[in-house]
Design a protein around this ligand. Sequence first.
Ligand code: ADP
Ligand code: ASP
Ligand code: MG
Length: 428
Amino acid sequence: MRIYKFGGASVKDAVGIRNVGKVLKTMGTDRLGIVISAMGKTTNALEIIIASYKSNDSVYLKQIDVLYEAHLAIIEDLKKPSEGIDDESLVRFRESGIDKDLKAIIESLKGELLRNKSRNYSFLYDQVVSHGELMSTRIVTAFLKACGIPVKWKDARQLIRTDNKYRDATVDWEQTEKQILEQCSDELFITQGFIGSDENGFTTTLGREGSDYTAAILAYCLDAAEVTIWKDVPGVLNADPRVFKNTVLLEKIPYDEAIELAFYGASVIHPKTLQPLQRKGIPLNVKSFLNPKSVGSVITSSKHLVPTTPCFIVRKNMVFLRISSRDFSFIGESNISDIFHELSENKMQVGLLQNSAISFSLCIEDKYGRISTLLKGLEKKFKVSHVTGVSLFTVRHYDGDTIEDMEHGKNVLLKQRAQDTLQLVVQD
Ligand code: ADP
Ligand code: ASP
Ligand code: MG
C-alpha cells in the first residue's frame, strides 16, 4: 500500500484537480490511499465564518455563500473541455450529482451553526472547519471517477478516532488502527486529511496543517510501503523559498533531522507526521506535483543529510517574554514550574527558552490568541516584559559565515547556540 497526500495548494482550482488526475495516471493507482486537504485557503475562510458567527454578525451566512460559490465555480470549470480530458469523462462528471452533493455539505455547514447550542468554541470550530475537507474530497472523487479512476470516498471520521480535545485532538491509536484495517482494504480510496471523530461521533481536528499527519496515521496503520506528500515546491529545501533566496533541495534527510526541522518550524511538513513513520521505517517522499517524476526529497533512516548544508527556518509573529522575580529570588525550579503551568494553561508553544539566575527568557507562539491572559497570570507573581511580532530564526548546521549573515543588520534580542543549532530572536 502507498499513501499520497495532496495539500490545499494542489487542489486549489480546476487546474490543480486535473493535475491530481495526471499525477495519478503518471505514477499508477495500484493499492493507493489518497489524503486530501481543503481547497486553497478554505480553512482560513471557515475560521472567519466562525468568528463572524461568534460575534453575532449575520454576515456569516453571506460568507458561507461566497465559499459555496467558489467551490461551485471550480465544479463549473471542471465541466469544461480541457486538454487530456475526453468528452465521455466530462459527461460523466456533469451527471455525477456533484452539484447536489456540494449543496448538501453547505446545508450541513449552515445547520451546524444554526443549531449550535454549545459554548465550547473549539467544539464548534471542529464541527464547522471540517466541511472544507468534506467538500474538497467529494469534488476530487467525483472528478477522478468520471475520468475513469475508480476511487472510493471514505469518511475519515469513521477511520480516525481521537479524544475530545477539539482543535488539537490526540489519536486513539488502537481504535484507529482497528477501524482503518477494517475499512481500508480497498485498492484505491480517498479520504479527508485533518479530521477525525471522538467516541461520541463528534468531529475533531488534528491541528492546523494536520493533513500530513493523517497520511502518516494511515500509513502506520496499513504498514504502507511509502508516503508521498505532493507540494508546490521540488521537495524539502534548506529554507522556505518564500523567505530565502538561493535555496538548495535536500535530497536525503534522516528522520531525526526532519523531525528537528519540522519542530523548529519548517512548515513544509507537519511536525507530528514523522514519528509514526520512523517507528515503522516508512519512507516519506516530498515531491513536486508539477514534476511527479523528478527526484524530490526522501526522509528515511539514512545517517546523514544529503547534501550537508545549513538549513534556515523562520517563525514570524512570535512573542518574546523576559520574566524575572518580584522578590529578588532566583529563577529556580519552583518559579520555572509556575511559568510552565501558565504556558500550558494558555496552550502557548515555546520556540526557545533561556534562563539565567535572575531572568527567564522565552520566545513563544500565541496560537490561540491568549497572550493577554498569559501575561495576567504571570504578572501575579513575576515582573514580565514582552515584545510582540518578533521573528525566531533557527539555523541547523550553522557555520561561522552563516552566523555573521544572519545577524547582519538585525536587532537581535536573544541569541542561543547549541552544538548543531543556532537560534536568534529578532525584532522586525
Ligand atoms: P500544502 O498545504 O499544499 O501541502 P504548504 O503550503 O503547507 O503545502 O507547504 C508548502 C509550502 O511550504 C511551500 O510553498 C513553501 O513556501 C513552504 N516551505 C516552508 N519551508 C520550506 C522548506 N524548508 N522547503 C520547502 N518548502 C518550504
Ligand atoms: N485544511 C487544514 C488547514 O488548512 C489542514 C491541512 O491543510 O493540512 O489547516
Ligand atoms: Mg498546508
